[in-house]
Design a protein around this ligand. Structure first.
Ligand code: GLP
Length: 261
């Protein structure tokens, strides 16, 4: 695992946005016939990255014409047209500002009449594209990745999950501050689905994430903090700000800062 620590959220977002741009451009130079398959999250964490990707695309520094995306998750019961759906979030915050072909964007349908089939089909679609090249992610306050809440199997695949009260409270800000309006369940890629990506890159920001980041980086691999699965991944990258790094040992911070070019 690689850990990059930057002063604040803006600097962390800048670092990771530039990293993604370089990955896409290098991939397209080396394998121009292949699409770059990018996994994407929602939430506050990726917004600074999305703004920078949009700006880079506007300046012609990167193109998404040959990028295929798969989002991590979606609320059960919210169809693509629902304003709080992750479909709407992605459209507003990223897709409509890019040169991306909508046929190349994939998001689970939370309103599917057959959620189990929806999840199995999603896994099959990822496999049909040859797997995910780079899975971008955030981390929930309790250390979850995608909607893999504490106790999720570390080999789980895309499926339906019941959300914890903590997660519903954290996400209430997207529903007018009313936790009861946050759907109690979601469809989400599994920990195993994320682990299959050839690379995983995570943005973690803020003091409220510091204890879980410590568990993920310095604790053992545990289903109680599903981001800790990255300790088993051959190419995992976490980019955080100083606030999120607050609970890490001085020695851990010095070690990773020493490796930072
Ligand atoms: C939700 C999403 C996760 C996201 C997490 C953190 O639970 N399913 O993918 O990483 O929220 O959100 P935020 O970035 O807003 O703190």
């Amino acid at each position: 695992m690689r850990l990059i620590i930057r002063n604040d959220y803006g600097a962390a977002s800048q670092w990771l946005a530039e990293y993604i741009i370089a990955r896409i451009n290098n991939f397209q130079k080396e394998q121009p016939e292949k699409p770059f398959v990018l996994g994407l999250p929602t939430g506050s964490s990726p917004l600074g990255i999305y703004e920078r990707l949009i700006a880079a695309r506007a300046r012609g520094r990167v193109s998404f014409a040959k990028v295929v995306t798969f989002n991590m998750d979606e609320y059960v019961g919210l169809g693509p047209d629902h304003p709080q759906s992750y479909h709407a979030f992605m459209e507003d915050n990223l897709f409509r500002h890019l040169d991306i072909d909508r046929n190349n964007t994939h998001i689970l349908n939370g309103a599917s009449p057959d959620p189990a089939k929806e999840c199995a089909d999603y896994e099959a679609r990822i496999a049909a594209f040859g797997g995910i090249e780079l899975f971008l992610s955030g981390m929930g306050r309790d250390g979850h990745i995608a909607f893999n809440e504490p106790g999720s199997s570390l080999s789980s695949r895309t499926r339906i999950k019941t959300l914890t009260e903590d997660t519903r409270s954290a996400n209430a800000r997207f529903f007018g501050g009313d936790r009861d309006k946050v759907p109690p369940q979601a469809l989400t890629v599994g920990v195993g689905t994320v682990m299959d990506a050839r690379e995983v890159a995570v943005l973690v920001s803020g003091r409220d994430k510091a204890r879980s980041l410590k568990a993920a980086v310095e604790g053992g691999v545990s289903h109680l903090c599903t981001l800790s699965c990255l300790q088993m991944h051959p190419k995992a990258l976490i980019v955080c700000d100083e606030d999120a790094a607050y609970e890490l040992k001085v020695g851990t911070v010095k070690y990773f800062k020493g490796l930072d070019p």
